[in-house]
Design a protein around this ligand. Structure first.
Ligand SMILES: O=P(O)(O)OC[C@H]1O[C@@H](O)[C@H](O)[C@@H](O)[C@@H]1O
Length: 137
């Protein structure tokens, strides 16, 4: 699991759901995991990659109309308190989710809104080689 990292959220501001949505700025080159995380990366790019080095695959997430990206893993202690989440499942789970979290979307009667999320898996460890290929975009 420590071999999974996210590309596309570096240097962004995030709201930390683990501390009253306090605002921080991401410092890492790419985001990696070794403890509980629950963050809203605000105004994130529309293409984000989750690289799984061990399984040699990359998930590419494309979004539209959804400004933010939530990154969540309950880790060991919280997983045990969750009825619908197995005690060991945090080792195989990473939630990377497009959202309108910082500014929720409000519709008046008759108004429309469209959001889109596309998830694709690419057999690779290096997504930046692939993101430019027209067939994959
Ligand atoms: O328990 P639920 O409602 O399915 O949500 C699971 C998690 O989903 C994540 O998207 C949220 O950021 C977390 O705060 C939340 O705990």
């Amino acid at each position: 699991f420590s071999e999974v990292r996210i590309e596309g959220l570096e240097t962004l501001d995030y709201l930390d759901n683990l501390s009253q949505r306090e605002r921080h700025t991401e410092q890492g080159d790419a985001i990696t995991f070794e403890s509980e995380v629950d963050r809203v990366y605000v105004s994130s790019p529309n293409v984000i990659a989750v690289l799984d080095h061990e399984k040699k695959r990359t998930f590419v997430i494309r979004k539209d109309g959804l400004p933010d990206t939530v990154v969540w893993n309950p880790w060991e202690k919280k997983a045990k308190t969750m009825a619908d989440f197995g005690d060991e499942e945090y080792k195989q789970t990473l939630c990377v989710d497009a959202a309108a979290a910082e500014r929720p979307i409000t519709l008046r009667p008759g108004e429309e809104w469209t959001g889109r999320l596309e998830l694709s898996a690419v057999p690779s460890t290096n997504c930046s080689d692939h993101l430019d290929q027209p067939g994959i975009m």
